[in-house]
Design a protein around this ligand. Structure first.
Ligand SMILES: Cc1ncc(C[n+]2csc(CCOP(=O)(O)OP(=O)(O)O)c2C)c(N)n1
Ligand SMILES: [Mg+2]
Length: 282
């Protein structure tokens, strides 16, 4: 069982990262809050409990890698990296502004801690497969993590990458599917259904685990199981809520790529602060 104190710390950390997401898109007056909020707990577990990284040496060759294949969710990655200490938190309110290194889609050239530039959906997972193959060839112990969107997997390239990962027995690769059920225009099942995703991933030769993507115990146990699995890559299908943590954004496709106005920003921040206050008491 997970230590109670660790659990509360992870919950606090993900709430703080959610606040960064809101501030980033509010100040930029653009960006993608919905899918950033749905994946905040996964990134928190990775960066604050699982991944072996060095903030002083972001390009350390033995580090674990993370590829945000759904690159539009840069606000959650920037929030996690800033909280981890890769760069100053004050940069976050400059998100998407002309003189900022925090572009709408993450760039590995400019942002310390970003392992791959992403944004064109479908491509990130292929680069994660490449990193995992490199790790095997170089006899390195690092693991590669990737996060895919459930709309993103409509891209054919994703399935080529999944096929390669199984073929090369990449048990150093653990991917997450942020299964929030929504893409830019509505329900994934209405637009172009990728279901049944679990059966498809299994048929492509992956070890598949389904979890509640907002439950830290389940996230961490699934990662541990993935690490132990030999001869196969692991796909963690995380059932999530798009917009999680901000009441009026939850399960609303309209919040995929819209920024909050001042009133909405204030409401979102006060809801998240309320969660933090409750966690302080626990
Ligand atoms: C190749 C490509 N086509 C279209 C887009 C525009 N786009 C950005 S986000 C998005 C929807 C993604 O939905 P999903 O993968 O479910 O993301 P999430 O719900 O996690 O935000 C689209 C079509 C893109 N970034 N790349
Ligand atoms: Mg989605």
């Amino acid at each position: 069982m997970m230590d109670e104190k660790l659990l509360i710390n992870l919950k606090k950390q993900s709430t703080i990262i959610r606040k960064h997401v809101i501030e980033a898109v509010y100040h930029a007056k653009s960006g993608h809050p919905g899918g950033s909020l749905s994946s905040a707990d996964i990134l928190t577990a990775l960066y604050f409990h699982v991944m072996n990284v060095d903030v002083k040496n972001p390009n350390w060759e033995d580090r674990d890698r993370f590829v945000l294949s759904k690159g539009h969710c840069s606000p959650v990655l920037y929030g996690a990296l800033a909280e981890k200490g890769f760069f100053n938190k004050e940069e976050i309110v400059k998100f998407r502004q002309a003189d900022s290194f925090l572009e709408g889609h993450p760039s590995m050239r400019y942002v310390p801690g970003v392992d791959m530039s992403t944004g064109s959906l479908g491509q990130g997972i292929s680069t994660a497969v490449g990193m995992a193959i490199a790790g095997k060839l170089d006899k390195k112990n690092y693991n590669v993590y990737a996060l895919l969107g459930d709309g993103e997997i409509q891209e054919g390239q994703v399935w080529e990458a999944l096929m390669s990962a199984a073929h090369y027995k990449l048990d150093n690769l653990i991917a997450f599917l942020d299964h929030n059920g929504l893409q830019i225009d509505g329900n994934i099942t209405d637009v172009m259904s990728p279901e049944p995703v679990v059966d498809k991933f299994r048929a492509f030769g992956w070890n598949v685990i389904t979890i509640d993507g907002h439950d830290f115990v389940q996230i961490i146990e699934a990662i541990n199981e993935g690490k132990k699995t030999e001869g196969k890559p692991t796909m963690i299908v995380a059932e999530t809520i798009k917009g999680k943590g901000v009441s009026f954004m939850e399960n609303e496709a309209g919040w995929h790529g819209s920024p909050p106005n001042e009133e909405q920003r204030n409401k979102a921040i006060s809801e998240l602060d309320e969660i933090l206050t409750k966690l302080e008491v626990e």
